[in-house]
Each structure stands twice: as structure tokens, then as C-alpha cells.
Design a protein around this ligand. Structure first.
Ligand code: 5IU
Length: 266
């Protein structure tokens, strides 16, 4: 786990998106990523306008949204990008690519969503092998904007096949492209070798619940950031399902930040 501060890592991280994310975290004092699994674009946008100052990142599942057509999609992603700029946060489309390089290339750059155009961060399973990273990277380079990839090393859900040897093999794969792979989705820190710095973003975080009856498992910000050494807490229903999302997001921000301060002071 990293005992280094976010701000020092912001100057040395091997990826541009990693440096940007770490700078935002340090500047805004927030390691909170809000997850917006909602089927209503206006609700997402108005929530982000409210929560923007409290978050470092907004995580989307764009395929949940019922768009009337391509124009509605680009209108939404343009407004999303404007909010990200205004409030200084990154966008993370949680696409979980999982196909061969040639196919994910088409999925990332094309289709109706054109994810690479507007999402700073996306993620991929390691199941297909390193070709998935190479395929996504080709698109990222064509876009000409900083784009980063998180590899899925371990999921939060009960019975998932990640972690352990799977995570280790995923790490070895990530080492093949340290300029594009910025880190992992995992439930623990990934020990770096020389010059490495893996940003770990962690879903399955909730202060008031242990799970959801469909396999989701929750831990607290203190456990994932202080004890396990993860870098970013990803919180969905804990915030978007709360009666007062803004006040609740501030509770998570504070809990995540205090857990980080204790970690680096230890
Ligand atoms: N998500 C997980 N676990 C994972 C991965 C992604 O929960 O291992 I990878 C997503 C699913 C949902 C969000 O979009 O993170 C968590 O939402 P809740 O905080 O509402 O459970």
C-alpha cells in the first residue's frame, strides 16, 4: 500500500490520467467517486452539479440510460463533459470490456456511445489476454486526449473469481503497458515494483449496509482506504439512494479523506 501522499504521486504517476486524477484528489481533498446507476439523464446531471465539488470522479453505466437516439446521447455526454470541466472531476465509464482486441477497439471507439470520446477512464477484464489492452489503447491514442485504463483484478461481489492468482496474473498483464494502464479495480492495494504506482479504485463501499441481496458486498471507507490501502472509494446507492445526497456525499468524502490521512500518518 502506498504511504506516499496523493500530491506527491500526482507528479510522478506513470500515466497522464493517473496524474490528473491524483492532482484532483489532492486539490479537492476527496477520494470519492460517485457511481450513478440511474435511468434518468436529468437526474444524473443535476446530481453531478450538486455533488461535483465533493468528488474526484463520476462513474457511469451509459447503457442503462434510455436514449431516444444518437443526438440525445451526444447531448448528454457533452453536458457531462461540461460538468466535469466546471467542477474538476474525471468521468469513468464502467464498461468492463471483455472481448478480443479487435472487437473492443470497435466497442470503445464506435457504436452509439463512442465512449472514448468523453470518458477519461474505462476498465477491462483480463480474461481475453493482453490484446484487450492493445486494442483499447489504439483507440485511446486516436482520440488524442488523455485516456486511462483500469484492469479488473477483483470485484466486490460475493463469489467473484478475481483476487489471488487471478489478480497477480492481471498485474503481470498490466505491466505490459504502464503508460495506459493506470491501475486496478480491486479490494486491496497492489504492491508496486520499481517506478510503478497503481491507482486502486474500489467499489462495494457503504456506511450503512453490508450488502444488497444480489451479491454486492460492502465495506467501510476506513477499511478499504486505511486498512487495505485502496486509493479511491466508489459509492453508488449509499449516496444516490440517500434522502440528502449532498450531505451524505460529504460524509463519505470526509470518511474517505480521514482514512487516507490516517494511512499516511501511520
Ligand atoms: N461495481 C461493483 N463492483 C465491482 C465493479 C463494479 O459494485 O467489482 I468492477 C459497480 C456496480 C455499480 C457500483 O455500478 O459499482 C456499485 O454501486 P453500489 O455502491 O450502489 O453498490
Amino acid at each position: 500500500m502506498s504511504a506516499l501522499t496523493y500530491s506527491s504521486r500526482a507528479t510522478t504517476h506513470p500515466t497522464e490520467v493517473g496524474r490528473n486524477l491524483l492532482s484532483i484528489i489532492a486539490e479537492k481533498q476527496t477520494n470519492l467517486c460517485v457511481s450513478l446507476d440511474l435511468a434518468d439523464t436529468e437526474k444524473i446531471l443535476s446530481l453531478l452539479d450538486t455533488l461535483g465539488p465533493l468528488i474526484c470522479c463520476a462513474k457511469t453505466h451509459v447503457d442503462i440510460l434510455p436514449f431516444s437516439g444518437p443526438d440525445a446521447i451526444s447531448a448528454f455526454t457533452d453536458r457531462l463533459a461540461a460538468l466535469a470541466k466546471q467542477h474538476n472531476f474525471l468521468i469513468f465509464e464502467d464498461r468492463k470490456f471483455a472481448d478480443i482486441g479487435s472487437t473492443v477497439k470497435a466497442q470503445y471507439g464506435g457504436g452509439v456511445y463512442k465512449i472514448a470520446q468523453w470518458s477519461h477512464i474505462t476498465n477491462a477484464h483480463s480474461v481475453p489476454g493482453p490484446g484487450i489492452i492493445a486494442g483499447l489503447k489504439e483507440v485511446a491514442q486516436e482520440v488524442g486526449q488523455p485516456r486511462g485504463l483500469l484492469m479488473l483484478g477483483e470485484m466486490s461481489s460475493k463469489g467473484n473469481l478475481g483476487g489471488g492468482e487471478y489478480l497477480q496474473k492481471t498485474l503481470e498483464m498490466a505491466r505490459g503497458d504502464k503508460e495506459f494502464v493506470m491501475g486496478f479495480i480491486a479490494q486491496c492495494a497492489i504492491p508496486p515494483q520499481d517506478g510503478e504506482d497503481w491507482i486502486v479504485m474500489t467499489p462495494g463501499v457503504n456506511l450503512g449496509s453490508k450488502g444488497d441481496g444480489l451479491g454486492q458486498q460492502y465495506n467501510t471507507p476506513d477499511l478499504v482506504v486505511r486498512e487495505k490501502g485502496c486509493d479511491v472509494i466508489i459509492v453508488g446507492r449509499g449516496i444516490i439512494g440517500a434522502a440528502d445526497p449532498k450531505a451524505t456525499a460529504e460524509e463519505y468524502r470526509k470518511a474517505g479523506w480521514e482514512a487516507y490521512e490516517k494511512r499516511i500518518a501511520a
